[in-house]
Design a protein around this ligand. Structure first.
Ligand code: NAP
Length: 487
């Protein structure tokens, strides 16, 4: 097992490893091992919370809520702004930390640090723009005052694939709106969130506003919090399966809920598209974060007249990527996050080839140690292949063809998911018509990325509900109160 280099060890050792509750770091008897997916070596151990620790974290958030809601919006915004500056100043070390626990290539980790930090800058600017409304009732006898207030203590549950940004997308608007929170990051990538919590404290966030718990007893710790009447809001990013069970649990208290769930993004290339531009976009839509993104293009639907040109060019670009330890220079694609993810990718490729798909590049594991998988392009993928129905969450691009626009739209929508779709066409009328007919929360039109802190990110159907980012992002953390005033 390869050890960490000197600087890598320094970056990891600097991270607090306890639970952050009410401004104090608490250790626990049990601990969680954090593994480097490149080497399978344990690089750190962090605290393993019990249900009692979860309860203490919620109590701390509840205790801090009143004062925090009364803090001036400018001050809340400036804490976020300072946190953005601090993250930006140490972007390289944060990116390295993320790469070590998640495996992603350093360039992906750097991009995530920028993207994740931008939520703090965006919501620092939104904090002072929370406003209400004053109007005259139609009959003229009363006045209608509408005000917006923080929803109250929140619970955030985040996944391992974007350890920073999936947190800042929730924490940023919650801080701006005046909410306190308990954050539970994924057990495999807790270090980035623990470091982020320390940065927020350094930026001046008062004790108890942000509490962080890491645990292996996820269900036992989280469920009582969701059923607790002191909690007012749940925001979850992760799989549809877990999200569905959390929605059921949240019904007891009729919680405000936001769900950012799985995807199965179609990438549709029409005959009139610029093939070179479509391949550039496909590389981003497929390979950003090594394919481990809810927004990753999962199905390539290409018009039959250009399918071979597109597949050949995509295969060449995918085959030229360098796979290796994410923290090493020149690496384009790091390992997958863990063995189950590697096994699932291998299984889905095996299923497709068993049913007749052709491997144009890749199609195999790389090396014996670490969870590396070769960037892969599959052609002639039959419609019943599992890879067209399930989120592959890895560097695999299955290509299928279509002949008419109606066929393309029907295939794109033929999934229970509805997070994002990508469309390449130079025909304006077709672009508008297809975008209108796609059953997704977002569309990348002639671009392979939609994530932007200034835009409302979110899905429909089994991809969830609620929006993160943009002016809509703060609405998730505000209640509307109306006061009728008799003159
Ligand atoms: P996951 O298994 O659902 O885990 C996500 C989070 O939920 C983790 O913190 C996990 O904790 C926690 N969790 C697991 N079981 C739980 C339970 N019974 N009760 C409460 N919390 C529980 O998903 P994942 O495999 O980590 O992440 C990949 C999924 O996230 C993909 O489907 C992807 O599409 C989706 N995703 C969606 C978005 C979006 O914005 N729509 C963004 C990124 C990822 P543990 O670590 O302890 O398991």
């Amino acid at each position: 097992m390869a050890a960490l280099t000197g600087h890598e060890a320094e970056v990891v050792d600097a991270v607090p490893t306890g639970l952050l509750i009410g401004g104090s770091w608490r250790s626990t008897d049990a601990t969680i091992d954090v593994e480097d997916p490149s080497t399978e070596a344990v690089i750190a151990t962090v605290a393993d919370a019990t249900a009692a620790d979860g309860d203490a974290a919620l109590a701390a958030a509840v205790a801090a809520q009143g004062d925090w809601a009364a803090t001036g919006p400018r001050e809340r915004g400036e804490i976020l702004r300072r946190a953005w500056e601090l993250i930006t100043a140490q972007a390289d070390d944060l990116a390295l930390l993320m790469t070590l626990e998640n495996g992603k290539a350093l360039k992906d980790a750097r991009a995530e640090v920028t993207y994740g930090a931008e939520f703090f800058r965006w919501f620092s600017e939104e904090a002072v723009r929370i406003s209400g409304r004053w109007s005259v009732a139609p009959a003229g006898d009363t006045r209608l005052l509408t005000m917006r207030q923080p929803v109250g203590p929140c619970l955030f549950i985040t996944p391992w694939n974007f350890p920073l940004a999936m947190g800042t997308r929730k924490i940023g608007p919650a801080i701006a709106a005046g909410c306190t929170m308990v954050v539970k990051p994924a057990r495999s990538t807790p270090l980035t969130m623990l470091r982020l919590a320390e940065i927020l404290a350094e930026a001046g966030l008062p004790d108890g506003v942000l509490n962080v718990i890491t645990t292996t007893s996820t269900g036992e710790v989280v469920e009582p919090l969701i059923r607790d009447s002191r909690l007012r809001k749940l925001s979850f990013t992760g799989s549809t399966e877990v999200g569905r069970s959390l929605v059921e649990q949240s019904a007891e208290q009729l919680l405000r809920v936001s769900m950012e769930l799985g995807g199965n993004a179609p990438f549709v290339v029409f005959a009139d598209a610029d093939v070179e531009a479509a391949v550039d976009g496909a590389m981003i839509a497929k390979m950003r974060n090594g394919g481990e993104a809810c927004t990753a293009a999962n199905r390539f639907l290409v018009h039959e007249s250009i399918a071979e040109a597109f597949t050949a060019a995509l295969s060449e670009r995918m085959g030229a990527l360098t796979v290796g330890r994410g923290s090493e220079d020149g690496v384009d694609v790091g390992p997958l996050v863990d063995r189950p993810t590697l096994d699932k990718v291998s299984e889905l490729v095996g299923d497709a080839t068993d049913r007749g798909a052709a491997v144009r590049t890749g199609g195999r594991r790389v090396g014996e140690q670490g969870y590396f998988y070769a960037p892969t392009v599959l052609a002639e993928v039959p419609v019943d292949a599992r890879i067209l129905q399930e989120e592959v969450f890895g560097p695999v691009a299955p290509v299928t063809t279509f002949s008419t626009d109606d066929e393309a739209v029907a295939a794109a929508n033929d999934t229970p998911f509805g997070l994002v779709a990508y469309v390449y066409t130079n025909d304006l009328g077709r672009a508008v018509s297809v975008c209108e007919r796609l059953e997704t929360g977002m569309v990348g039109l002639n671009q392979g990325i939609v994530s932007n802190p200034a835009a409302p990110f979110g899905g429909v159907k089994h991809s969830g509900f609620g929006r993160e980012g943009g002016p809509e992002g703060i609405d998730e953390y505000l209640e509307t109160k109306y006061i009728g005033i008799k003159l």
